[in-house]
Write a new protein. Structure first.
Length: 488
């Protein structure tokens, strides 16, 4: 069994087409996930929301250790094994099932020590099922992504988000609190991946094998997995340390503000990366270095055009965003947290979705490990120092500092392995346009409410779009004039 990637013509707007599709594929589930924050911060206490956030963080970290390397190996090598797709997928699925058995065995060995405590017993089972569900779900997402099937990607993501939110909300109403939210997520992960992803595995045969392919997957993916673990430590260690140094109530307050910013800005940046990276890999493998450089320049400019105004707008409108989306108990802390968290997420996004490509395309993924190890050590050290002294806002400042260090190290160290093009011409104009937009939005900060927020976002988009044209970012003015002159 083999498949053919969607054969799209190599045109300048290919990245725009893919990004537009991923805007729906990630944007609609992102809206549902935003509703999760809106509802759960109203239905759950800070303690319960803190427990929910801690379990999610623990599973995310464990998932990165156990399963991430396999997904990343699939993403990198499927374009290379187009004529041996059944072989690669058979090996990937076989490895995944072995990892499930191993993690299950470890859980069974640990369980007797906590059997008498019903709370811990329930947490172990919930964490294990959530780990399996997330691993299977993300493996299927990566598979349809590398096959350039963004519509199926969107269907899987949307179905999971709807089931998790709907079932989780119902179970919370039945007084299951954080456990209800987690159980809804487990069901959503398994159902969506199994119902809509199983056809991608047709033709898989477990007896297929190739000497060295397992090693290739492991050698490429494990350093990236280690990087993901360290990234998760930077992203989530603050929650563990807040729980240790303060309490789960503080974790809930911190997680609500952080997750709100992450769900907005993080999803927006990932949309461009989801579309862009497979195109860069295909260009490098099929057409060579110069074609990859051209694709990277297009990608970098589009990334900045979308990410810079989103980060600035999120920071400027933090008071109204927190007031509209979060329960009253969570609002005050979120207003203070959102601006530094937005900065941290933006820096992290540029590092992960652009600068780290130098390690991945240069096949020296171990380099990312050293970069993120330094960032993780800085983050943990500063958290231990600042949380006891200035509270949860210290965790946000520590995250900004850690990601800033990772940014600098990736920029300097990564150029040794694959030289990325410098930011394309017109990048500075993106910042000028964003500054103009932020100045206009700042004047609207005294106004609050849902309708006001819609107006603020609309106004910001209009001002930014006009500024993009005025500053001629990406030759926008030239393209508009060309289009108008060609219209009868």
């Amino acid at each position: 069994m083999t498949f053919q990637l969607n054969r799209q013509p190599s045109k300048h707007n290919q990245l725009l087409r893919q990004s537009a599709v991923y805007l729906l594929a990630r944007g609609l589930p992102g809206i549902i996930n935003l509703l999760v924050i809106i509802l759960y911060t109203r239905l759950l206490s800070p303690d319960d929301y803190g427990l929910y956030a801690l379990i999610i963080a623990i599973v995310g970290l464990t998932n990165s250790v156990i399963f991430q390397w396999l997904r990343l190996g699939l993403l990198r090598y499927l374009p290379v094994y187009l004529d041996k797709t059944d072989l690669l997928l058979s090996i990937v699925l076989k490895i995944f099932l072995w990892l499930v058995l191993i993690t299950g065995a470890v859980a069974l060995m640990v369980l007797p020590f906590f059997w008498s405590n019903s709370v811990w017993r329930g947490l172990i089972f919930m964490t294990l099922f959530l780990l399996w569900g997330q691993g299977w779900f993300e493996l299927n997402l990566e598979l349809v992504r590398v096959k350039l099937k963004p519509f199926r990607y969107g269907i899987i993501s949307m179905f999971k988000a709807v089931i998790a939110l709907g079932l989780g909300t119902v179970l919370i109403y039945f007084d299951l609190a954080a456990y209800g939210a987690l159980l809804g997520l487990v069901v959503g992960l398994f159902l969506s991946a199994t119902l809509f992803g199983r056809q991608e595995w047709r033709g898989v045969r477990f007896f297929l094998a190739e000497s060295g392919l397992n090693h290739k997957l492991f050698r490429y993916g494990m350093p990236l997995s280690a990087t993901a673990v360290l990234t998760m430590l930077v992203h989530n260690s603050d929650r563990y340390l807040i729980a240790w140094l303060i309490d789960t109530n503080a974790v809930g307050l911190y997680a609500a503000g952080y997750d709100l910013a992450q769900q907005g800005l993080g999803v927006i940046m990932s949309i461009v990366a989801l579309a862009g990276y497979p195109l860069v890999v295909r260009a490098l493998e099929q057409k060579g270095f110069e074609a990859a450089q051209h694709q990277l320049r297009q990608y970098a400019l589009l990334f900045l055009v979308i990410a810079v105004p989103a980060a600035i707008g999120l920071a400027v409108l933090a008071p109204n965003i927190a007031g509209v989306f979060l329960g009253k108990t969570f609002q005050k802390s979120a207003i203070a947290l959102i601006p530094p968290v937005a900065l941290a997420i933006f820096i992290s996004g540029v590092k992960s979705y652009y600068l780290d490509f130098s390690f991945q395309l240069g096949r020296h993924t171990i380099g990312q490990v050293w970069v993120m190890l330094a960032a993780a050590l800085v983050n943990i050290t500063l958290n231990l120092w600042w949380i006891p002294n200035i509270g949860i806002i210290g965790a946000a400042y520590a995250t900004v500092t850690a990601y800033g260090m990772g940014f600098i190290l990736s920029l300097i160290y990564g150029r040794r392995f694959f030289r990325l093009p410098m930011w394309p011409s017109g990048s500075s104009r993106v910042f000028y346009a964003s500054i103009v937009m932020s100045g206009v939005l700042w004047l609207t900060r005294p106004f609050h409410g849902g309708a006001v927020l819609v107006g603020q976002v609309t106004l910001g988009c209009l001002v930014y779009g006009l500024s993009i044209v005025i500053f001629n970012v990406g030759k926008t003015r030239h393209r508009i004039c060309q289009y108008l002159s060609s219209t009868p």
